[in-house]
Write a protein that binds this ligand. Structure first.
Ligand code: PLP
Length: 388
């Protein structure tokens, strides 16, 4: 560390357990720290830098918009925002989009849609939303309550009412909650990211769709982390052969700038009217221009590349010495090691690769276009470190 560095701990609220690492530049899947050491980036700023650092096309789209104007407000027509909404609807099959700035805001929007839809069609008392145990839906007071982990339900109460928690991959547990409570929606992450990269089973998701149909509930997918090509399809739920009513996303959508979206399908497309929701920065032209560049390039070729890289990771690591399990979908991978994960992570960083953690696992969220030779090198290092 250079001695001119500001002591950030003196000024920034200590809400993050930070590593002693400063990234100062990069290109694609290679990044450099303040001492010039090179790393292969395996986490893309927590699934944000979809095509890596300083991706040329994304940068051009952002700078091009920056040279026109930076912000206009949602009171006026905005070309990047309209173009992004059209692109998302065409590619996902959604009917309407609401833009916010983050994953938590996208989920807040989904929750508001579900509640208002219930108010409009079923009556005020049908407000419960079923979420899953071990889920993560955000850090606002409401999305903390939506998160199905007790550790998030302390210190900041009172929390809003109306969230009940089913066991992931246990349809009976969903059925039991539906029959004992008045509900409007079931909400889930296709792969529980913060919960340890735990994918839902196709059977479970399919049964949830059936339960939703039988009981007139909405099906909401939180694709904040799994979305935008990360899992090998534009949205991960598409692989479960079910229909969504709302899909939320953020992280990788903007390719590095803050933007979140709630995608609304047929049943809810007319729920939010003028004045019912809003966001000053939502759909910001610069973030939206960057997002257009990202989403327009997530085509079958890119997705096939994600699946191919994923297969390589699974086959290289499954059953390897010191590896207990490999979980996930596409390029969202959890690795359970026999060695302590903190030790493994520390050694990985020392050896020039940057994975992160999810619970007790190593988590990989590389760029969708990480060069195969970089991925091979990174996986080789992980195998060596895990072996000890
Ligand atoms: C990261 C994440 C969120 C929260 O997103 P923010 O942009 O941090 O508000 C919500 N849901 C899931 C599944 C996430 O991974």
């Amino acid at each position: 560390m250079s001695n001119t560095k500001i002591n950030d701990k003196e000024y920034i609220a200590p809400t993050y357990a930070r590593f002693d690492l400063e990234i100062v530049s990069g290109q694609g899947s290679r990044v450099f720290d303040d001492e010039g050491k090179e790393y292969i980036d395996l986490s893309t700023g927590i699934a944000v830098n979809t095509f890596g650092v300083c991706d040329v096309e994304w940068k051009e789209a952002v700078i091009n918009q920056l040279n026109k104007f930076q912000h206009t407000s949602n009171l006026y027509y905005s070309e990047p925002c309209a173009a992004l909404a059209k692109l998302l609807c065409e590619k996902s099959g959604a009917k309407k989009v609401f833009f916010g700035n983050s994953g938590a805001e996208a989920n807040e929007c989904a929750i508001k849609i579900a509640r208002k839809w219930a108010n409009d069609t079923k009556g005020e008392a049908e407000y419960n939303i079923i979420t899953l145990k071990n889920s993560f839906h955000g850090r606002t007071v409401t999305t903390l309550k939506a998160t199905g982990q007790d550790v998030f339900h302390k210190d900041f109460g009172p929390f809003p009412d109306g969230f009940i928690y089913a066991e992931a991959n246990n349809a009976q547990s969903v059925r039991d909650l539906v029959s004992a409570n008045r509900c409007c929606a079931i909400m889930m992450e296709p792969v529980q990211g913060e919960g340890g990269v735990m994918p839902l089973t196709a059977d479970f998701v399919k049964e949830c769709e059936q339960i939703a149909k039988e009981n007139d509930l909405l099906l909401i997918f939180d694709e904040v982390q799994t979305g935008n090509g990360r899992c090998g399809t534009l949205y991960a739920y598409e692989q479960f052969d079910v229909k969504a009513d709302i899909v939320t996303t953020a992280k990788g959508l903007g390719g590095g700038l803050p933007i979140g979206a709630a995608l609304m399908f047929e049943r809810v497309e007319n729920v939010l009217g003028a004045g019912s929701h809003g966001s000053t920065f939502g759909g910001n032209p610069i973030a939206a221009a960057g997002a257009v560049s990202i989403i327009s390039r997530i085509d079958e070729k890119v997705l096939a590349g994600v699946r191919e890289r994923s297969e390589y990771i699974f086959s290289a690591l499954s059953g390897a010495d010191g590896i207990k399990s490999v979980s996930g979908m596409g390029l969202m991978i959890g690795i359970e090691t026999e060695r302590d994960v903190n030790e493994v992570l520390k050694e990985c960083m020392a050896r020039g690769i940057l994975p992160i953690k999810a619970k007790n696992k190593l988590r990989l969220l590389p760029a969708l276009n990480i060069p195969m030779q970089d991925l091979v090198r990174a996986i080789t290092i992980i195998k060596e470190v895990a072996k000890g």
